[in-house]
Design a protein around this ligand. Structure first.
Ligand code: NDP
Length: 299
């Protein structure tokens, strides 16, 4: 098939583009840095910096929209929040505008969103796709991002929105999450009751493939593993897996002080249900955290 990918040079995107190229699909990557992108994919994907480089006659079967400025990093100043928002909503609007003028709408759009949509929630509340949007910056960001993608939805284009949990694999945030444990510095953060909803990167790939193959996969889905766990449980599992003691208790206050609003990413969590995804027929390769950690050990 013919794919158009945004954010194709990122953690999830580069994994995806490599798999698509290996399977001999045609891939166009929209990137702000074409040289880097060309290097990453050995010039096997076509790289464009702007959609204006494409003719309106160009046909794509599938668009996968991942682009966005990283959420992690410096604390969220108003300016940074505006950039984080514009990098997602702006890219998505450019895409929908281009496709409105183009001759052929895509058959399928896979749109990334995040479980941050649900905002800061009680750990006991199980969040399904029909749960209300939460409060806080992540919730606003995901809501606006999803809304902008809805412009794609038509009788010719199937729109699938995935609210991703924290994606675990080589690269991304996972190695950083594990690092303190190797030094015996892992531990409970804040109350430790905040729930982690996560997903192995291979299961993200599997779910995208499932959505491509099954026309009934339509609308919004949480993309998280069946096993969600409290941060305290996560700390225990990782310390046992790494055979290191669990000594530290990191209080929430200094984290909030240091990171400000961004601390919601660490001291709050969401208990997100994967039921709708499972009922759609997705089979997880790595349903539990231990499966994921053990897979890392084999590499
Ligand atoms: P990365 O940060 O690794 O990659 C994102 C890509 O977006 C980059 O490669 C870059 O491509 C592009 N990008 C970065 N800044 C901007 C900008 N200012 N304007 C336009 N494009 C930009 O992200 P991931 O692969 O980890 O995630 C992909 C998407 O999924 C992200 O939008 C992320 O928010 C979302 N997500 C990720 C989760 C995770 O755990 N990884 C969890 C939930 C959601 P280039 O430099 O080539 O232009």
């Amino acid at each position: 098939s013919r794919f158009l990918i945004t954010g194709g040079t990122g953690f999830i995107g580069s994994y995806l583009v490599r798999q698509l190229l290996e399977a001999k699909h045609e891939v166009v990557v929209l990137s702000r840095n074409p040289l880097n992108a060309a290097y990453l994919f050995n010039a096997k994907a076509r790289i464009i910096k702007d959609l204006s480089e494409l003719s309106y006659e160009t046909e794509f079967d599938i668009v996968i929209n991942l682009a966005g400025q990283p959420i992690w990093g410096l604390p969220w100043s108003e300016k940074r929040k505006a950039h984080i928002m514009a990098s997602r909503v702006g890219t998505t609007e450019k895409l929908t505008t281009w496709f409105k003028q183009a001759k052929h709408p895509p058959k399928l759009v896979i749109q990334a969103s995040a479980i941050g949509f649900y905002g800061v929630r009680d750990p006991n509340e199980i969040l399904t796709e029909s749960s209300q949007k939460g409060s806080g910056f992540m919730a606003e960001l995901c809501y606006e991002w999803e809304q902008s993608a809805k412009q794609f939805d038509s009788n010719k284009t199937r729109l699938t929105i995935f609210r991703l949990g924290v994606v675990l694999g080589y690269g991304g945030i996972f190695p950083l999450m594990l690092l303190p444990y190797y030094f015996g510095l892992g531990g409970k953060i804040g109350s430790g009751s905040q729930i982690m909803s996560w997903i192995h990167i291979e299961d993200v790939m599997g779910t995208f493939a499932h959505a491509i193959a099954n026309p009934n996969v339509n609308g919004t889905y949480n993309l998280v593993a069946p096993e969600t766990l409290s941060q305290a449980k996560f700390a225990l599992i990782v310390s046992q897996w790494a055979k290191r003691p669990l000594l530290l208790n990191i209080p929430a206050k200094p984290i909030s002080k240091l990171l400000g609003e961004m601390s919601e990413l660490i001291i709050d969590g969401q208990n997100v249900s994967s039921i709708k995804l499972i009922e759609s027929g997705v089979i997880f390769k790595y349903p539990t955290m231990l499966d994921t950690l053990n897979e890392i050990r084999t590499k």
